[in-house]
Design a protein around this ligand. Sequence first.
Ligand code: SF4
Length: 540
Amino acid sequence: MFCFQCQEAARNFGCTQVGVCGKQPATSNLMDLMIWVTKGLSQVATRLRAEGKQIDKDVNHIVTYNLFQTITNANFDDDKVVERILLTIAAKEQLLATLADKNNLSTAALFNNADVSTYAELAKTVGVLAESNEDVRSLKELITYGLKGVCAYTKHANNLINENEELDAFIQKALSDLLEVKSVDELVALTLETGKWGVAGMALLDTANTSTYGHPEITKVKLGVGKNPGILISGHDLRDLEMLLEQTQGTGVDVYTHSEMLPAHYYPAFKKYPNFYGNYGNAWWMQKKEFESFNGPILMTTNCIVPPAQSYKPRLFTTGATGFPGCKHIAGNIGEQKDFSEIIALAKTCPAPTQIEDGELVGGFAHEQVFALADKVVDAVKSGAIKKFVVMGGCDGRSKSRDYYTEFAKALPKDTVILTAGCAKYKYIKLNLGDIGGIPRVLDAGQCNDSYSLALIALKLKEVFGLDDINDLPIAYNIAWYEQKAVIVLLALLYLGVKNIHLGPTLPAFLSPNVANVLVENFGIAGISSVEDDLKVLVG
Ligand code: SF4
């Protein structure tokens, strides 16, 4: 195996024996094969579009699902990956039969081997290292990881019956391009184009979420526990949450959020459910401890699975693109009702969650809510009460070096406001950093995809202050990354022209020295150093 797609890549080089995340070599290789056949499918679909033919939504969904399934901590189940490879080949063969121009198709597009026993060996030939040029490999993987991120967001939007055919066409065109010999310049251009479509993907999900569940609003979320048994729901999929809430009404079972599902509390539509109790615990990497003490069943709706301890594994359920061998998977395709009755029945036999903290936190500062406060915010900036905003969104993770973000948040001057989204917030959202004239010093927009909100807020401020350049705003960026959704957020920010982003706790292992230099020279990307030094650079 060779995998270097996330921030935990061994020695900041790559996982070669087993994933630090727990991914086994066989799974990693099969995922490489799945990405490869998905590129083949994408090439055929892209040619068909060029021939003026329509591509069925189901084909688009195969592509987005496949890429999502390979995101760090999403799926550890070899059988599920093999299932997807076979399904992808079958879909591609159907399309191929309708393609007029079959000249110069790639090996991936022509691959139709359904003999699963050959996959393990074959997979070793199509992985990351199959590209020998270090810079080309770096750029191709940067684009691939960005595409994985946008596919995750697209999949959630699709679950709410929101589609963007142009976006799907781009994803497939880009995957198809990655099969071809490309120059570094062409790949740099494709990287930026991926960022552009990353914005479109986040916009699609924002529209899907807000048109279905309303615009997030300022909300206090309880951190303690009640007396009823509970179900803990984690991940990002709001449609799964909605179905779970519907099915738990009147059962005596409460529903709690974990990690990236916390922002669901900010949506008006979910406030009508009396058993939607609060948030339990912290970011994904704390789950081994927190799932134990939760006592009840846990439903994983997207990536963020840590290989479970045997003690709570029978209580861990997966759905959507997630999977773990030995954990029950709740089926249900786009538009279908999922049946959570087994989870609810199990919850009724479990004790109530053990309390691990108390109090509440405040969030819900997505774009519409912040626009509603715009006058107050602008006045605070004009009067000097707010000197600077610091975007500290992104991911949390288990590395000790991430304590930097807690210390950085604590050390920020009292006239700064943190704008956040994603699970990075758990490093500081419970610190009680106070407020500036009623504006909390930590404004949480929501999940990582709600970084889109932070971009809209920045664009709004640029308009209000009559600036030509987004970089003239009093906003600094100190972003924490972990997996591939953060990659698309980064590419989206670069596309929007944001410069001088600090990225940590380490720069991605998949950036070759030359590619890293391109990012430094053109966009001012930098790593992090000490809290003291970074404060001087970012806040002055
Ligand atoms: Fe290693 Fe991250 Fe890949 Fe897991 S996803 S194998 S931790 S680089």
